[in-house]
Design a protein around this ligand. Structure first.
Ligand code: KG4
Ligand code: ZN
Length: 353
C-alpha cells in the first residue's frame, strides 16, 4: 500500500510517498522538502503571512517531485513530470495523509485544501494527521518500536511529554507553560546575533568548549510535575549579555554551552523521571531539537544514572525537523479516514485527535 503524505504546518512545504509493507514495515520512496527558512532568516523569525505565500508557491511542484521520485522512471520537463505524477496518483497511490494541525493557519490551509482536492478528483481516502504525533512516529520509520513508551517532542513550537500505551491510547503528561525549547534557543540566538534558527549553531558553538563560567538555571527542574518553562532562561541570558563588557567569540561560545546545558538538563531529567514513575523502558525523542547530538548523548548517559535499562530512540536527522515522511508513518498505523467535505485545518489542535 502507498500513501502520499503532505505536511505544510509552518515554513516547510513537504510531500512524501510512503510504502507500507507487510507487518507495517515502512519504506520511504520519496521525501521532498522545500523550506522558506532562508526568507525567515532575513527577519530572524517566521512571519506567518510570508510562510503561507511560500506554501502556495511550492505545494504543487513539491507534490509532483515526490510522486515522480517515488517511481523509478526519469522525466525531463515539468509538463512530462506533471502528467506522470497524475498517472502515479491514479494507479499507485492508495491514500492521502495530510497534517491538519497544530501550526500556522495560512500554511496549514494550503496543505489541507490541496489534499482535499486530490482526494476528490482522484477518489482517494483521506487521513487527517496531528503534526505532533507525526514527530513521534518519525521513530517508526527506521525502528521497530514496542509499547508502552514515553515520548518527548521538542521542536520550535512544542515541548511535550506523552505516555503511549498503544497506537490509540496515550496520555499527555506535561508540556511547556510558555516558550518551547527550540523557540527559546532561537530567541537566545537572536540575542547573540546568531543566524536563524539558532539551535544548530548553538550546538556547534557549545561543542567547541568543555566548560563555561556562566551558570543558567534549568527552569522547573525540581517542580515535581512534567511541565517545562523556557522564557525565564531567555531573560537570564539577556541580563548576562547586558552586563558583559565584551561579547566576544569566547563569551558567545560559553553562553551557548550554558544555555544548551540548562535546556538539556531539564528535558533529560523530566523525561527519565516520567519513565521511572511509570516503569517504562522505551523512550522516543522527536522534533527539531532532537537532532541535537549532545541531547541524545545525555539521554544515554543519564538513563544509567536513573538505573533505567531504557532504550532511547531518536529519528534519523532528516526526519527530526518538519517533513512529510513522518506524516505518512503515522497514517500507516492509523487508517482512519475522513470525507474530504469534513476535513478542516485546526491550528490549535493538541493531543486529542
Ligand atoms: O520540528 P521543527 O523543524 O519545527 C517545529 O515543528 O517547530 O523544529 C525546529 C526547531 C528550531 O527551533 C531549531 O532551532 C531547532 O528545532 N533545532 C535544533 C537543532 N536543529 C534544529 N535545536 C538544537 N540542536 C539542533 N541540532
Ligand atoms: Zn514540527
Amino acid at each position: 500500500m502507498r500513501i502520499l503524505a503532505i505536511e505544510t504546518s509552518c515554513d516547510e512545504t513537504a510531500a512524501s510517498v510512503v510504502e507500507v509493507q507487510k507487518s507495517h514495515q515502512i519504506k520511504i520512496l520519496s521525501n521532498v522538502i522545500s523550506s522558506s527558512l532562508p526568507l525567515h532568516a532575513q527577519t530572524g523569525g517566521i512571519i506567518p503571512e510570508r510562510a503561507a505565500r511560500q506554501q502556495v508557491k511550492y505545494i504543487i511542484p513539491v507534490i509532483i517531485e515526490a510522486l515522480v521520485k517515488s517511481s523509478k522512471e526519469e522525466y525531463g520537463s515539468y509538463e512530462e513530470k506533471f502528467k506522470h505524477a497524475q498517472k502515479i496518483i491514479k494507479d499507485e497511490i492508495d491514500e492521502i495523509a495530510v497534517t491538519i494541525g497544530p501550526g500556522l493557519i495560512g500554511s496549514l490551509l494550503v496543505g489541507v485544501e490541496t489534499a482535499k482536492t486530490i482526494s476528490y478528483v482522484f477518489n482517494k481516502p483521506l487521513i487527517p494527521v496531528n503534526h505532533l504525533l507525526g514527530h513521534i512516529y518519525s521513530n517508526f520509520i527506521q525502528d521497530t518500536i514496542s509499547f508502552p513508551f514515553v515520548a518527548l517532542i521538542v521542536s520550535g513550537g512544542h515541548t511535550d511529554l506523552v505516555l503511549f500505551q498503544s497506537h490509540k491510547k496515550y496520555q499527555w503528561l506535561g508540556g511547556t507553560r510558555d516558550d518551547a525549547a527550540g523557540e527559546a534557543l532561537d530567541k537566545i540566538g537572536r540575542l547573540l546575533s546568531l543566524s536563524y534558527p539558532a539551535g544548530p549553531e548553538i550546538e556547534k558553538r557549545a561543542k567547541k568548549i568543555n566548560s563555561s563560567k556562566f551558570v543558567f538555571k534549568s527552569p522547573l527542574l525540581n517542580s515535581g510535575d512534567f511541565d517545562f518553562s523556557f522564557s525565564g532562561l531567555k531573560t537570564e541570558v539577556l541580563r548576562t549579555v547586558k552586563k558583559l563588557k565584551n561579547l566576544d567569540e569566547q563569551a558567545i561560545n560559553e553562553i551557548c554551552y550554558s544555555t544548551q546545558k540548562a535546556v538539556i538538563d531539564v528535558l533529560v531529567t523530566k523525561t527519565l523521571r516520567a519513565a521511572q514513575k511509570f516503569n517504562i523502558q522505551t523512550i522516543l525523542l522527536g522534533g527539531g531539537v532532537s537532532a541535537n547530538q549532545t541531547l541524545r548523548n545525555e539521554f544515554e548517559l543519564n538513563a544509567k544514572r536513573y538505573q533505567l535499562n531504557a532504550h532511547i530512540f531518536a529519528p534519523e536527522l532528516k526526519y527530526c525537523t518538519d517533513n512529510a515522511a513522518m506524516i505518512g508513518a503515522y497514517s500507516a498505523f492509523h487508517p482512519s479516514y475522513t470525507d474530504w467535505k469534513n476535513l478542516q485545518a485546526d491550528p490549535e489542535l493538541y493531543f486529542d485527535l
